[in-house]
Design a binder for this molecule. Structure first.
Ligand code: CP
Ligand code: NVA
Length: 309
């Protein structure tokens, strides 16, 4: 049966750890020039209804590097712009290609595509979640810290799509996640209730950022106004002032804590230039790991491999 990646919630801890291990293996294989051509003969469609640098390029590169062919599709060049139903598009694309990677607005869009397509569908960011980002970030954390055991991740900023994927990851892998968000910008209460009902993971709202980072191993931030929320940027800049990652905030964190940012960053807003350019913020290594994680993911879903194989 085909598998999709729509949300980290849909993965078991074993599958997540398997993907991380596979990404680490493929990273070494790429460096050694011995990557398997496990996508040879496969075509992957990338349907992107929002801009992207990292996700688009890392998926295209991952597909090429494994011997497959990417096909980039935007709304403007397809009948999506003329409201062709996603259910129809799913049943057409499955006749031509082997998997679909989609970046869109509503999570229900990727769910609908996956329901109707007999080929795997990968969520490349929706307003609700960004699973590929957080799976790749777990690779980065293990790389920098050596382990995911006894981990405390602190989210500082907007309770957005990336924050939601962190909530799912914390519940699946059983680590601690502190969320420091301005009042009114916390993740949706359904998310927090869901996390509270899970057997594993400790997800806590701690509105004071200094208090939230006190035990941090990883401090994570993202833009204050996500794609689609640009019109709220002005009011958000006011509401988020106390939630900037700067050297004063880092002074309240343990010295070993690293700073991650999914990028693109708005220097001077959610993070200072000084912090993002410092050795504490390995954000370009983080961006690189998108490639390795997505190679592992594609290999699992349509290649010859399985997570952990
Ligand atoms: N982090 C991330 O998904 O970046 P892009 O929007 O450039 O793909
Ligand atoms: N939260 C951001 C992430 C960008 C990668 C957005 O949705 O715009």
């Amino acid at each position: 049966m085909k598998r999709d990646l729509l949300s980290i919630r849909d993965l078991s801890a074993q599958e997540i750890l398997g993907l991380i291990a596979k990404a680490e293996k493929m990273k070494s294989e790429l460096a050694a020039g011995v990557l398997p051509m496990s996508l040879e003969g496969k075509i992957v469609g990338l349907v992107f209804l929002k801009p992207s640098t990292r996700t688009r390029v890392s998926f295209e590169a991952a597909i090429y590097r494994l011997g497959g062919q990417p096909m980039f599709l935007t709304a403007k060049d397809t009948q999506i712009s003329r409201q062709e139903p996603l259910a129809d598009m799913a049943r057409v694309l499955e006749r031509y290609i082997d998997a679909i990677v989609m970046r869109t607005f509503a999570q229900s869009d990727v769910e609908e595509l996956a329901r109707f397509a007999s080929i795997p569908v990968i969520n490349a960011l929706t307003d609700h979640s960004h699973p590929c980002q957080v799976l790749a970030d777990l690779v980065t954390i293990r790389e920098k810290r050596g382990s995911l055991d006894n981990l405390t991740v602190v989210w500082v900023g907007d309770g957005n799509n990336v924050a939601n994927s962190w909530i799912y990851a914390a519940a699946r892998l059983g680590f601690s996640l502190n969320l420091a968000c301005p009042p009114g910008y916390e993740p949706n209460h359904d998310m927090l209730d869901w996390a509270a009902g899970q057997a594993k993971g400790k997800v806590e709202l701690i509105s004071d950022p200094k208090q939230a980072v006190a035990e941090a191993d990883v401090i994570y931030t993202d833009v204050w106004a996500s794609m689609g929320r640009e019109r709220e940027a002005g009011e958000r800049i006011e509401a988020f002032q106390r939630y900037q990652i700067n050297s004063q905030l880092l002074a309240s964190a343990p010295p070993h804590a690293i700073v991650l940012h999914c990028l693109p960053a708005h220097r001077g807003e959610e993070i200072t230039d000084e912090v993002i350019e410092s050795p504490r913020a390995p954000v370009f290594d983080q961006a690189e790991n998108r490639l390795h994680l997505q190679m592992a993911l594609l290999d699992w879903l349509i290649g010859s491999g399985r997570p952990g194989a």
